[in-house]
Design a protein around this ligand. Structure first.
Ligand code: NI
Length: 173
């Protein structure tokens, strides 16, 4: 099982690299990401969260009722003007949830692990939210960045502690 990178780890702040090789190694990596996502009870997981800075994320908003969808080099090409507030959390920011405002509906295109292009149109609810959250990871953005200033203020102490424990643990390595 991969170690989930935690807030304070610089990889979570990097812009991820475009995937150019759709080979067996990538397929193996995707398989492992799905396992890691379920083992951690995540709705989604982005590659930087398991230590690889590439444009790849897996999402399953059905709680295991279907295979997770693999998004490689994804692009959101439509966002509704209508926005929605909902509570979010992240495996990389443990024990913190905050309301985040995001477009209610999106359309996205991406490649799967075979290198096949696909689109998903007018997604809403948890799918829209989870995909936006995971794609943010590929830009080095975390959900806490999108919370309101008041909410960010409320958790700033917790975030500092997370970042500090990351610094302490990397010193002792
Ligand atoms: Ni996340």
């Amino acid at each position: 099982m991969a170690t989930i990178r935690i807030y304070g780890d610089p990889i979570l702040r990097k812009k991820a690299q475009t995937v150019t090789k759709f080979d067996d190694e990538l397929k193996e990596f995707v398989k492992q990401m799905k396992v890691d996502m379920y083992e951690n009870d995540g709705v989604g997981l982005a590659a930087p969260q398991v230590g690889r800075s590439i444009c790849l994320a897996v999402v399953d908003a059905t709680a295991g009722e279907q295979e997770p969808i693999v998004f490689i080099n994804p692009e959101i090409y439509y966002c509704s003007n209508e926005k929605e507030d909902a509570e979010e959390g992240c495996l990389s920011v443990p024990n913190i949830t905050l309301p985040v405002k995001r477009p209610a509906s999106i359309s996205v295109r991406a490649y799967d692990e075979e290198g096949k292009k696909f689109t998903m149109e007018n997604l809403d609810g948890l799918w829209a939210r989870a995909i936006q959250h995971e794609l943010d990871h590929l830009e080095g953005i975390l959900f806490v960045d999108r919370a309101s200033p008041v909410h960010r203020q409320l958790i700033s102490g917790k975030l500092k502690k997370l970042a500090k424990s990351h610094r302490d643990s990397s010193k002792s390595e």
